[in-house]
Design a protein around this ligand. Structure first.
Ligand code: MLC
Ligand code: AMP
Length: 497
């Protein structure tokens, strides 16, 4: 039987430990078995999900991986939902993706049962399938050109867009990183990043499981537990966003020397430590090196392209730079004047081509078309090349904010804030922040007689926006700064803070 390559490989990893979580561990064989049961339950009486969108709300752990594989093996498109999403955010992902079913862990069932009823969606509880010993269905042949996953990304539109990748895209993204970063089956990596974004899903979980390594899963970044495991030499590879390296440095700085020495020595022995999803300040790169002797490998990526640029595994890892194109990735810089630039120190938009680049934005053909320039994906990020190394200069859009590695849309947050009864005009910007990279700040004009404090705004946002999207700074103004065309000038809004 022809199988997806990921599944065929898993068979050869057999009894090796695939997933660890707390004191529990599961082999590749167990992962295959559980995903077969779940795939059979998903298929019910059918023989192929034929790219039906299957959403899932499952915390990090064995079942998360089993559900993802089950959807793929049954021929569906996996739509991972954010565990921290509010009900309106979940409803948007479910309706936009036209999902037909939500697979849910028992302790999250309540969070979606009302929605499933209202939207008339099938709900499948993982634990119930596991306990039911239903019949094993024969699974369909899924060719790699078929759609595999939709990840929601916030950007220059007020609502998040679904980024569709095929199995072939995902295989190319994984293959590129396995080669560049020399993944091996003896590797063990902690996974504490959210599992509705590419960093956690592809770079850590999928690369680890592809090669036969062990992925140790955490529901969040549990600093104390993870540091204890580091000291036990549990991991050979570590991947995180810059905010986490900053938090680690702050924690290590506050420790006694003997406690710190134990931990930094353990970090120094790791095979590879990677930073990405947001700019790693050169000062943090240098501080981490001074502390641990590890040169962080900084790389650049995006939901739509997988990983694009990376400092070398062997060779100079340059602070403040993101290196060179990864295997199978082509990168070019395009100037404002629409020229491909090749000279030293000439800046331009990063454009990417290659087998890892996504297929389309779900149900948005016009936006998909605009996002490509003659077959090259337009990232909206601006870079220069300096002695062979790309360096990110910034973004073309002022409406994109990166906070703690999460990409946020200022427009989406503004639109939510405008529903607040006291707010009649809203401008959201990202303010530079040492720990988070950027923090979300709101400048608001209030309606007559309206009152607003940061505290009351944050409370009001709780049911509407994920925690990391809620503004943490507020300024109330008489009017917003606008240009001659009446458009809000975001740099002037930043100056208000
Ligand atoms: C948490 N908080 C944030 C935040 N995350 N504030 C701003 N921005 C964020 N990203 C707030 C919480 O609301 C809370 O506020 C306080 O900080 C502490 O929360 P916490 O949950 O205890 O923090 P912590 O667990 O330490 O979370 C920090 C973090 C997390 C860095 C682990 O933000 C995270 O997992 N970020 C990674 C996101 C990611 O995977 N991005 C990759 C996208 S893919 P209060 O008021 O309640 O105290 C991509 C492509 C690529 O970018 O290249 O990889
Ligand atoms: P996302 O859309 O969530 O996948 O985030 C992708 C964006 O993160 C990119 O377009 C960049 O703006 C940013 N990004 C990722 N890695 C880096 C990096 N190493 N340096 C600077 N920005 C980065």
């Amino acid at each position: 039987m022809e199988e997806l390559q990921l599944i065929a490989q898993a068979r050869s990893h057999g009894s090796a430990v695939a997933i660890r979580s707390g004191v529990d561990e599961w082999s590749y064989a167990e992962l295959l078995d559980r995903s077969t049961d779940l795939a059979s339950a998903l298929l019910a009486d059918g023989d192929d999900l034929s790219e039906a969108r299957i959403a899932y709300l499952v915390p990090a752990g064995f079942d998360y991986a089993a559900v993802q594989w089950a959807i793929w093996r049954a021929g569906g498109v996996a739509v991972p939902l954010s565990l921290s999403a509010t009900e309106p955010e979940l409803e948007y992902s479910l309706t936009d993706s036209q999902s037909s079913c939500v697979v849910v862990a028992a302790n999250f069932a309540e969070k979606v049962s009302g929605l499933c009823e209202r939207l008339n969606l099938r709900q499948l509880v993982v634990e119930e399938v596991a306990a039911s010993c239903g019949e094993t269905a024969s699974l369909p042949v899924v060719t790699s050109d078929r759609r595999a996953m939709i990840l929601y990304t916030s950007g220059t539109t007020s609502k998040p867009k679904g980024v569709v990748t095929t199995h072939a895209n995902i295989e190319a993204q994984i293959g590129s990183l396995i080669e560049a970063w020399k993944w091996e089956s003896a590797d063990c990596i902690p996974l504490f990043l959210p599992l509705h974004h590419i960093h956690g899903i592809i770079n850590i979980l999928s690369c680890g499981l592809w090669i036969g390594a062990t992925v140790e899963m955490f529901s969040r970044f549990e600093m104390t537990v993870i540091l204890a495991r580091v000291v036990e030499r549990a991991y050979s590879v570590f991947m995180a966003v810059p905010t986490i390296y900053l938090k680690l440095i702050q924690t290590l700085d506050a420790m006694s020397e003997s406690e710190r020495d134990q931990i930094v020595e353990a970090f120094s022995e790791m095979r590879l430590m990677v930073s990405g999803s947001a700019a790693l300040p050169a000062s943090v790169h240098e501080k981490w090196f001074a502390l641990t002797g590890q040169k962080l490998l900084e790389r650049y990526g995006m939901t739509e392209i997988g990983m694009g640029l990376s400092n070398p595994y062997d060779g100079e890892r340059r602070p403040g730079a993101v290196g060179q194109p990864l295997p199978s990735v082509e990168v070019r810089l395009k100037s404002d004047g629409d020229d491909v630039v090749g000279g030293e120190d000439e800046s331009g938009e990063i454009q990417v081509r290659g087998p890892g680049v996504f297929l389309e934005y779900w149900d948005r053909p016009a936006i998909t078309e605009e996002s490509f320039d003659d077959g090259w994906f337009r990232t909206g990020d601006v870079a220069v090349r300096e002695t062979g190394y790309y360096r990110i200069m910034g973004r073309q859009s002022v409406d994109i904010i990166k906070s703690g590695g999460y990409k946020l849309s200022a427009l989406e947050i503004e639109s939510a804030c405008l529903d607040h009864p006291a707010i009649c005009e809203a401008a959201v910007v990202g303010l530079p922040d040492d720990t988070w990279g950027e923090v979300v700040a709101l400048a608001a004009v209030l309606s007559d007689g309206g009152e607003l404090s940061l505290e009351s705004l944050r409370e009001w946002c709780q049911d509407r926006l994920s925690k990391y999207r809620i503004p943490s700074r507020l300024v109330v103004v008489e009017k917003l700064p606008r240009n001659a065309m009446g458009k809000v000038t975001k740099p002037a809004v930043c100056d208000l803070f």
